[in-house]
Design a protein around this ligand. Structure first.
Ligand SMILES: [Zn+2]
Ligand SMILES: [Zn+2]
Length: 103
C-alpha cells in the first residue's frame, strides 16, 4: 500500500519529468526557428545588390546590369556610375564602338 507521502513524491517526480520534457521541446523549437532565421538572413544578404562603382546599396528598380554583360550592377540614377564603369569594364574591348580611354 502506498502512503500519502509516497504519492506526493511520485507526483513531484512526474511533474519534474514533464517539465524537463517541455524544456527539451522548447529548446528544439527555439533551435529550429533560430536556424530558419539565420538561413533567411543569409539569403537576404546574398540577394543584396551594390553598385559596382559607388558601392551604394541598390533595390530592385534602382539599378541596371552592365550593358556589356559583365554582370556588374550600376545605379540608374547616377549616369557617372555607368559611364565610369563602361570605361573600365572588363568586357569593353568586345564592343568596338566604345571610345578607348588612356591609350
Ligand atoms: Zn553607383
Ligand atoms: Zn561591365
Amino acid at each position: 500500500m502506498t502512503s500519502h507521502v509516497e504519492q506526493q513524491i511520485q507526483a513531484r517526480i512526474t511533474a519534474a519529468k514533464n517539465k524537463r520534457q517541455q524544456q527539451r521541446e522548447d529548446r528544439a523549437a527555439f533551435a529550429e526557428s533560430r536556424a530558419a532565421g539565420l538561413e533567411a538572413r543569409k539569403r537576404t544578404k546574398i540577394r543584396r545588390v551594390f553598385c559596382g562603382q559607388c558601392a551604394r546599396p541598390q533595390r530592385s528598380g534602382t539599378y541596371q546590369r552592365c550593358p556589356l554583360g559583365c554582370g556588374t550592377a550600376l545605379c540608374r540614377k547616377r549616369a557617372s556610375c555607368g559611364n565610369d564603369h563602361l570605361a573600365q569594364c572588363p568586357n569593353r574591348g568586345a564592343v568596338p564602338s566604345l571610345p578607348e580611354e588612356g591609350q
